[in-house]
Design a protein around this ligand. Structure first.
Ligand code: NAD
Ligand code: UDP
Length: 336
């Protein structure tokens, strides 16, 4: 039985589908602070299999221990946390509380229950300003905002834990830019309020919920002047977790990038989305967003080696088509 914290969220729900499809038993622990129960109903509809759901908070150590023991969990995939860079700047204590203290309590509960296998959702933001590209996992870690700091602190906590007790198996997965949705169009990203990230914003423009996209910066040192990122299909990302679970049979603590290794500019994404949706995406070039970098993309060699040959397979066209299917079938998200 695998405990999936934050399993009702965007990446968690897609990972639950891949886990169930791989024949794993799953229990989701989520406080639904940024998700809907409907996502888990849809996961079960897609797979025609059941999963268990516990409504609770990872900071409740006693409850987490009870869940680990009662369900006989053997590993944890840990998605639960807050993820907005913008909010982390205005509310850093909430981010340290949820992401750092939450993970600390979860690890305590795992230690007490003798469950010593965990996959942690980290982020490419731990690298900070690129000293070189593509980012290899050995690139210096120097996050530039409180959200990135919380991911870095948790990574350090995990490395210290592994050094103190070599029986832990710890996979730190550093995600690049997950986009897209399950091909059924039944699950996808459902941000609350105005989206901070590019794809949900573009999709909401295409579906008519917003007038136009603000493109943050047209004067970067990139081929067309707009920011370049390594977008990865969320289903590829989810499958990377199933592959990581298999690699974690052996005790270790290893950080692995999950990206495609290829970057696309904002304007390339806009064009691809227009093609996929058949809808116009009007945009306006605006000043740069503070804290943004010009380009960001992953070195993928370690992932291929460590994750038993896993690699991202889906291209930008598929990412946009699948994202659009979800957005057009669910214009106002799960509960709209
Ligand atoms: P999400 O907000 O959709 O999912 C997170 C889930 O965790 C939500 O269902 C939320 O209700 C739950 N949650 C939050 N705090 C909790 C708590 N204290 N106890 C129990 N449940 C809690 O986010 P996502 O995009 O699916 O991201 C999942 C993880 O991946 C996060 O840790 C995020 O930081 C990390 N990550 C995301 C991205 C991205 O672009 N989406 C990139 C890099 C890393
Ligand atoms: N971006 C943009 N308009 C938006 C949101 C994002 O131009 O409304 C740009 C942003 O400047 C960056 C790219 O899109 O170059 C990806 O941004 P996102 O916030 O999705 O990811 P991150 O910056 O965290 O990699």
């Amino acid at each position: 039985m695998i405990l999936v914290t934050g399993g009702a969220g965007y990446i968690g729900s897609h990972t639950c589908v891949e886990l169930l499809n791989a024949g794993k038993d799953v229990v989701v622990l989520d406080n639904f602070s940024n998700s809907s129960r409907t996502s888990l109903e849809r996961v079960q509809q897609i797979c025609r299999k059941r999963l268990a759901v516990v409504d609770g908070d990872i900071r409740d150590q006693t409850m987490v221990e009870k869940v680990l023991n009662e369900f006989g969990c053997t590993a944890v995939i840990h998605f639960a946390g807050l993820k907005s860079v913008f909010d982390s700047v205005t509310s850093p204590l909430d981010y340290y509380d949820n992401n750092v203290i939450g993970t600390h309590r979860l690890l305590r509960a795992m230690q007490a229950s003798h469950v010593k296998r965990i996959i942690f959702s980290s982020s490419a933001t731990v690298y900070g300003d690129p000293k070189f590209l593509p980012y290899t996992e050995d690139h210096p870690l120097k996050p530039v905002n409180p959200y990135g700091q919380t991911k870095f602190v948790v990574e350090e906590m995990l490395r210290d834990l592994s050094a103190s007790d070599s029986t832990w198996s710890i996979g730190i997965l550093r995600y690049f830019n997950p986009i897209g949705a399950h091909e059924s169009g039944l699950i996808g990203e459902d941000p609350k309020g105005v989206p901070n990230n590019l794809l949900p914003f573009v999709a909401q423009v295409a579906v008519g919920r917003r007038d136009r996209l603000n493109v943050f910066g047209g004067d970067y040192d990139t081929p067309d002047g707009t920011g370049v990122r390594d977008y990865i299909h969320v289903v590829d990302l989810a499958q990377g977790h199933v592959a990581a679970l298999a690699s974690l049979e052996q005790p270790a603590c290893i950080a692995v990038n999950l990206g495609t290794g290829r970057g696309y500019s904002v304007l390339e994404v806009v064009k691809a989305f227009e093609n996929a949706s058949g809808k116009p995406v009007p945009y306006e070039i605006r000043p740069r967003r503070s804290g943004d970098i010009a380009s960001c993309y992953a070195a993928t060699d370690r992932a291929e080696k460590y994750l038993g040959g896993w690699r991202a397979k889906r291209n930008l066209e598929t990412m946009c088509k699948d994202h659009w299917r979800w957005q057009s079938q669910n214009p106002n998200g799960y509960d709209g």
